[in-house]
Design a protein around this ligand. Structure first.
Ligand SMILES: NC(=O)c1ccc[n+]([C@@H]2O[C@H](COP(=O)([O-])OP(=O)(O)OC[C@H]3O[C@@H](n4cnc5c(N)ncnc54)[C@H](OP(=O)(O)O)[C@@H]3O)[C@@H](O)[C@H]2O)c1
Length: 302
């Protein structure tokens, strides 16, 4: 199966490329700037058409949550209009699109994990632009699966795990927000989930359960709890540790408001596709171990 994925250096793109290397039945082609620029609709159609994929994965996005507050036009152009053009390009070729979206479409006021039936109410520009992207994808291609994920980390790119490891090398104590709850999700697991879902779409010609599914790491924590587990794992592998002091969101003001609860219920994906992500603690250990090993070898790539 040939998969075209949007973006080049992104965490999910890199994870998909790596996972597909171990799968002789899968070819993943990454399409990024300049040949595919989400701000230039013509490049989207021509780059995707040139690959003639069996399925399109829409993983590229404007992901700078705070910066989006200052650049709403760009965030919407990339995350909404751009995503819509990607889905339309897939529709032109008669193939499905798997589009990634976010837990930040929710306002965080619910006490329980959010299901696919809960009403989105984004708190910031990023979440609003991603919600508009879901709508654009839905309108452009009836054969769409929207996978909402959360708190993404990996051996690639910039992410919370790498930030915590970097800070631990410099400081003895870190102050981390403890009143925002969610599901840390490894991009490597997202890639596994995407390949599982893509295989089902390919093999089941009667598939008609299009729509939204939540795909996130199993289990929940807050950012301070996530940091503690990263540091404990790092220390286990001989790396630096640090004390984590809980603080409140109000002690660490950011430009964009973030939901206090963005936990995602993943039962629909489990029931519909028979796939569940591993526990977040285990996946974090896998990524930290790779980063420690890369650090020891002095290599960029973990
Ligand atoms: N990161 C998170 O915590 C998180 C949480 C929930 C949902 N998500 C969603 O999950 C998906 C994957 O996230 P990620 O963490 O892999 O993102 P990421 O690491 O921030 O990578 C973003 C990707 O988007 C590409 N991109 C940005 N603007 C573009 C443009 N104008 N044209 C073409 N490509 C462009 C980047 O291009 P380059 O390759 O050139 O850098 C990069 O490949 C996104 O849809 C995101 O909204 C992420």
């Amino acid at each position: 199966m040939k998969i075209a994925v949007t973006g080049r250096q992104g965490q999910v793109v890199q994870s998909l490329l790596e996972r597909a290397e171990a799968r002789p039945d899968m070819e993943v082609v990454a399409l990024g700037r300049p040949e595919l620029d989400l701000l230039k609709p013509d490049t989207i159609r021509s780059a995707i058409a040139a690959v003639q994929p069996d399925i399109v994965v829409s993983a590229a996005a404007y992901t700078a949550v705070d910066q989006a507050e200052d650049e709403p036009e760009t965030a919407f152009a990339v995350n909404s209009a751009g995503a819509g053009h990607v889905a339309a390009a897939a529709a032109d070729l008669g193939v499905p699109v798997i589009h990634l979206s976010t837990d930040y479409v929710f306002d965080g006021k619910k006490a329980e994990p959010y299901t696919e039936d809960d009403r989105p109410a984004p708190q910031g520009v990023y979440g609003a632009s991603k919600l508009a992207g879901e709508e654009a994808v839905t309108a452009a291609n009836p054969h769409h699966l929207i996978l909402r994920t959360a708190w993404v980390y990996s051996p690639f790119g910039k992410n919370f795990v790498k930030t915590i490891l970097g800070l631990a090398a410099e400081r003895d104590e870190l102050t981390i927000v403890a009143d925002q709850w969610g599901n840390p999700t490894s991009a490597l697991d997202i890639a596994d989930g995407i390949l599982h879902v893509a295989t089902r779409l390919r093999e089941d010609s009667d598939f008609d359960a299009w729509g939204i599914n939540h795909l996130a790491g199993t289990g929940e924590t807050n950012w301070a709890g996530f940091a503690r587990h990263i540091l404990a794992t790092n220390s286990h592998y001989g790396g630096a540790s640090a004390t984590v002091k809980d603080i409140a969101t109000s002690d660490f003001p950011t430009k964009a408001n973030r939901p206090a609860n963005s936990r995602l219920a993943t039962g629909k994906l489990a029931r519909g596709f028979g796939w569940t992500a591993p526990k977040w603690e285990r996946s974090t250990e896998v990524v930290v171990a790779r980063l420690v090993s890369a650090n020891e070898k002095g290599t960029e790539n973990a």
